[in-house]
Write a protein that binds this ligand. Structure first.
Ligand code: SF4
Ligand code: SF4
Length: 471
């Protein structure tokens, strides 16, 4: 038979008195989060896993015989599936960054810190590290006790296993990150045989150490003290933005109560169990109102929903709500700020698409031979020597005809066509011969053109000058 006492959920009733004291003390120094399950945590799992799998597996994916995603810095080429981007395509990268920024602004204005709570790498990796911590050191209360215990074999074993787990995840994270710049199939064996390039190995070490430190130790401090996004996102918020909130009208006055008792008593629905505080990764109390430390992870919603379920009260005492919704005001239409973000996003997407599909598939640059200004040739003619660099920016082999236009009767001596592999650069020395009588200036402009012999519409041109002696 349940006693009256059994029906009351007391504050941290499962925790021994000495642990509760330790708990209060430790909260100021280190946050011990309690694990919780619920619908929003399942959502985080479903959204997090595809992103994690994508991050770890993409460097191993091959596409047309090469890595599907590779930022090849030494060759100054970025491969993204069948697309190869060159330094000249940096504008596309700028568009991608601007599009990402406006997407983030729009999402934040509509749904608050969705990025921080569900997809930010800091949140995701911290969750992985916390999971490992719980696997080896136990529940929240067991971890608090373990940290207070003097060193023993048991404690050493638990701590060592935890740090090995963290180290393994951090090492794979660092290795994967560098694999976006150095092919993974080359980097991993090189690292295992200690024959990796020193620069690549150093970066793997650096990113592994950063992951270990950020997700293992700094955790919420990255969000609360270091992340600039946390500071300026409040300018994107308005009264219609969805944020995690505590329903004060329904919850107060808080305090222990019997199940199903809120309707009869003058007591609010909050039983002051502090479960919402214990699960919070940033250690805040959502009942104190909207705080910039809140990353919108919804752990407190799941925690409070589980308590409300046990108490026989409706869920949602802590939940997603806008300021207007809490005040009982209806939202009409889309606010101008959101419309502005969406309009800017659409313009950027249109510019990006047009730049991507209209970018030239061939590039040419010309420089004069620095050795001699001009060379006298038979019959009173003059030669100039040029260095021509043709870049095939497509993924297929292409043959180009080299033309020189702008000087009557000028002719190229030797090779006039070149074959360039997809994504490669071809350097060619060109000797151009002209009659001085057709050169009106000491430095007459001449245009060099590389024209695809299969698609005449694909061409690139670059200007230089043909030098002649003073007449
Ligand atoms: S208050 Fe709630 S939503 Fe905000 S960080 Fe803490 S647990 Fe996450
Ligand atoms: S808001 Fe919910 S979880 Fe937090 S103390 Fe009150 S009843 Fe407990």
């Amino acid at each position: 038979m349940n006693s009256q006492h059994d029906d009351v959920i007391a504050v941290d009733s499962a925790v021994p008195a000495e642990v509760s004291e330790l708990d209060k003390k430790s909260r100021r120094e280190k946050i011990y989060t309690r694990a919780i399950e619920g619908r929003f945590q399942r959502l985080r799992l479903y959204t997090g896993w595809p992103l994690l799998l994508g991050y770890f597996l993409l460097p191993w994916l091959m596409w047309d015989g090469r890595e599907a995603i590779l930022f090849d810095l030494p060759a100054r080429k970025f491969h993204i599936l069948s697309l190869t981007l060159w330094p000249q395509d940096l504008i596309l990268l700028a568009f991608i960054l601007i599009i990402a920024a406006f997407t983030l602004f729009t999402v934040t204005a509509l749904w608050g810190r969705l990025w921080c709570g569900y997809t930010c790498p800091q949140t995701v990796w911290t969750a992985i590290f916390m999971y490992i911590e719980q696997r080896f050191e136990g529940s929240r209360n067991q971890r608090i006790k373990l940290d207070q215990e003097p060193m023993s074999w048991r404690k050493l074993r638990k701590k060592t296993l935890k740090h090995c787990g963290w180290g393994l995840v951090a090492a794979f994270t660092g290795l994967t990150f560098v694999s976006y710049f150095v092919p993974a199939r080359q980097l991993l064996p090189d690292l295992l045989t200690f024959s990796a390039d020193l620069g690549a190995a150093s970066f793997v070490l650096l990113f592994s150490a950063a992951t270990y430190l950020n997700a293992g130790y700094l955790r919420e401090k990255v969000c609360t003290d270091m992340c600039p996004y946390a500071r300026f996102q409040s300018v994107m918020f308005d009264k219609n933005t969805l944020v995690v909130t505590y329903d004060t009208d329904r919850g107060e006055p808080r305090g222990s109560r019997k199940r199903f008792a809120s309707k009869e008593s003058h007591q609010g629905d909050c039983i002051d169990c502090e479960l919402c505080v214990q699960v919070c990764p940033t250690g805040i109390d959502i009942r104190d109102g909207l705080q910039y430390e809140c990353i919108g992870c919804a752990l407190c919603i799941d925690a409070c929903d589980s308590v409300m379920e046990k108490m026989g009260s409706p869920k949602g005492l802590v939940g997603y709500a806008s300021e207007n919704a809490l005040a009982g005001q209806k939202t009409t239409g889309i606010p101008p700020k959101i419309l502005g973000y969406i309009a800017a996003l659409l313009v950027m997407l249109a510019l990006f698409t047009s730049s991507l599909f209209n970018r030239s598939l061939v590039d040419i640059s010309v420089s004069r031979d620095r050795g001699q200004l001009y060379l006298p040739a038979a019959g009173g003619l003059i030669d100039n020597v040029f260095e021509i660099r043709v870049t095939n920016r497509s993924d297929e082999v292409a043959t180009y005809r080299i033309e020189a236009v702008g000087i009557t009767g000028a002719s190229i001596l030797g090779e006039e066509s070149i074959t360039v592999l997809g994504g490669e650069l071809f350097e060619l020395g060109v000797r151009l011969r002209a009659d001085p009588s057709n050169l009106p200036f000491p430095g007459t402009p001449v245009l060099f053109r590389a024209v695809s012999i299969h698609h005449e519409a694909i061409y690139a041109e670059a200007e230089s000058r043909f030098i002649r002696p003073a007449l």
